[in-house]
Write a protein that binds this ligand. Sequence first.
Ligand code: CP
Ligand code: NVA
Length: 322
Amino acid sequence: MKNFLSIESATVAELHAILALATEMKATRGHHAAHPLRHQCWALLFAKSSTRTRVSFEVGIRELGGDVLFLNASEIQLGRGEPIKDTARVLGRMVHGAVIRTFAQSDVDDFAKYSGIPTVNALTDGEHPCQIIADLQTIQEKLGGYAGKVVTFIGDGACNMPASWLWAASKLEFELRIAAPRAFQPAPEVIARAFPVVKTPAPVDGDAQAVYENARGGRLIVTENLDAAATGADVLYTDVWVSMGKEDEAAYRAAQFARYQIDTALVAKAKPGALVLHCLPAYRGKEITEEVLEAHADTIFTQAENRLHAQKAILSLLARGG
Ligand code: CP
Ligand code: NVA
């Protein structure tokens, strides 16, 4: 594996290899046989806030024997207009790998292209692929696997998290349901790339659902009907209503998403023992209630912890280059 830029660009074999190694990383933490980042320095280049991603990468790189350099995008010349391709060509001659959190997916793709060093997407407006690996690892641990399961994403269906989920469902054979207001459903061109077969066309009536399938056995349902999407689900998943960079739309979004909340009544519609997952940070009283978050805190914070193990797997595979 040369880069980890998106779930869309990752192969099924790479996703399986990362998940298998993530389990091993968790089991062997503190006594790893190999330190693949020894004598390497990796840059973390962040243009957005972060707690989990920054800490898990900084700790993970060190645990793999490497050194790490945190660069706030606004404090380097990038923030004063130096192009990403020039920044990439400079860093590519000095550091051994880069982990980038920014706005445009094309900036991460360009960084990888111009730097020539292993590059990881630590969140863009398009995808959050590292989060998905930790989420799948958590589902695997708690439910024994993800194949054939039903994962229901609730809330802003047009942001980075559901986009990465959509690609995961298209590659890893589970059913993804996205419950979101019509104006916040995934872009049709993204759906068309991941799920070329439309079983039931996108509805005009908001309450009906669109069902998409692909040749690999992946299945996607997009609907405004929250109750139908939650019924019988193995996993209920949510994310913030206001993603980073969308702060100006906070009031509009609060009104649009008001009924797209995971509360106790919604959890009762899912399968008995269903997981509730949240990529965090959580806004209680908005996308999830305090009661549900606290009742499922063990799973949700295991999910956060798994960022460390999952990303150490990604870094190790990048260091191997294959
Ligand atoms: N889930 C996640 O990426 O968290 P941070 O924004 O804190 O890194
Ligand atoms: N959709 C959120 C994810 C945060 C981890 C955002 O982009 O802010």
